[in-house]
Design a protein around this ligand. Structure first.
Ligand code: NAD
Ligand code: UDP
Length: 316
């Protein structure tokens, strides 16, 4: 069954990296209308050029911290609006907190008014610097509320609490996806995240800037797999949080070598200071996603990096 056929969908943060792929995925599933609402704080209208002749698609430039101006009926609200790179939220400190709190509130109010299903993009960052590995949804995390990353971590934790309160007290049908590190075409070359950083360095023949000793780990999910997981969760009736991510875990030293192989270039490894509070390890436990959504990632790191490198060649 195609849940999204004929449905009217609002994607908050729809001009961003993941959000723009999600808009395309929902239109491909025969949605009647998809409206991306985005203030372009970290997004880019170029992400939407492929949709400019699509009559079912609409872009509204708007900060979701203000009431969201959608007059027509809505069946689903997907909330992906938030700065997502540590380098972005280290500039947009208060905007990140406001978007995760007030912005999520405005999104939930829209969903309540329209009797729409609300899906919140949460994050593996709610586990902080995890003491349990890999991370199942039952792990409540290890977050320091005053470290630099806390503007993001705590806003996302508050967002989950707010979503849960709207479900319990106002009867809004809600979903929470905990997104783990995701990569692919349309990331910003200079967004500071490790994938565009390393791919850009490889394509320019520069040294790889590895923060700390490079033994910290991340697990990278290709964007097509991520968007499929989000779409399946939205179509399910699962209210509890669900991890979506690829359990293929790498150290940053290993990851630099994977990028070097994919891009066919790059210099030596140079170490730079580890940012304060940088999690030492991260890997999703995706047992719940497999059991409840029948979802697991399909795209290998080699294949995903090949597509990502091809995209960044057009941007370097
Ligand atoms: P992104 O920065 O490309 O996209 C976020 C979008 O939200 C941008 O287009 C930005 O302009 C928009 N936005 C920010 N504040 C806004 C506001 N107040 N009003 C309207 N629009 C606003 O980042 P992304 O990687 O696509 O992340 C999308 C979502 O997924 C975010 O909520 C992020 O926290 C979550 N997430 C992403 C990852 C990842 O690895 N990409 C990991 C965990 C969670
Ligand atoms: N990182 C790095 N070099 C860079 C950028 C990031 O070694 O140029 C490291 C960073 O310290 C972290 C990992 O790569 O340990 C992933 O960083 P990213 O910002 O992509 O995501 P997050 O830390 O939010 O998982």
């Amino acid at each position: 069954m195609n849940t999204y056929r004929g449905k009217r969908i609002v994607v908050l943060g729809g001009a961003g990296f993941v959000g723009s792929h999600l808009c395309e995925r929902l239109l491909a599933a025969d949605a009647e209308a998809v409206t991306a609402v985005d203030n372009l704080a970290t997004g880019d209208e170029r992400n939407l050029v492929g949709l400019k002749n699509e009559a079912r698609f609409d872009f509204v430039k708007h900060d979701i911290c203000a009431p969201i101006p959608v007059r027509s009926p809505v069946d689903f609200v997907f909330n992906l609006a938030s700065p997502a790179s540590p380098a972005d939220y280290a500039v947009l400190w208060l905007e990140t907190m406001r978007t995760g709190s007030e912005g999520t509130l405005r999104g939930l109010e829209l969903a309540q008014e329209k009797k729409a299903i609300f899906l919140q993009a949460s994050t593996s960052e709610i586990y902080g610097d995890p003491l349990v590995h890999p991370q199942p949804e039952s792990y409540s995390g290890n977050v320091d509320p005053t470290r630099p990353r806390s503007v993001y971590d705590e806003a996302k934790r508050y967002g989950e609490a707010l979503v849960s309160a709207f479900r319990r007290s106002r009867g809004v049908s809600t979903r929470i996806v905990r997104i783990f590190n995701t990569y692919g075409p349309r990331m910003r070359l200079n967004d500071g995240r490790v994938v565009p950083a390393f791919v850009g360095q490889a394509l320019r023949g520069e040294d790889f800037t590895v923060f700390g000793d490079g033994k910290q780990t991340r697990s990278f999910c290709y964007v097509d797999d991520m968007v499929e997981g989000i779409a399946r969760l939205g179509a399910s009736d699962v209210a509890d949080p669900v991890n979506i991510g690829n359990p293929d875990e790498r150290t940053m030293l290993e990851f630099a070598e994977a990028v070097r192989a994919a891009a066919g270039g790059g210099g030596k490894i140079v170490h730079q200071p580890l940012p304060e509070g940088d999690p030492k390890q991260r890997k999703p436990d995706i047992t719940r996603a497999k059991a409840l959504l029948g979802w697991e990632p399909k795209v290998s790191l080699v294949d995903g990096l090949a597509k990502t490198v091809a995209f960044f060649k057009t941007r370097v």
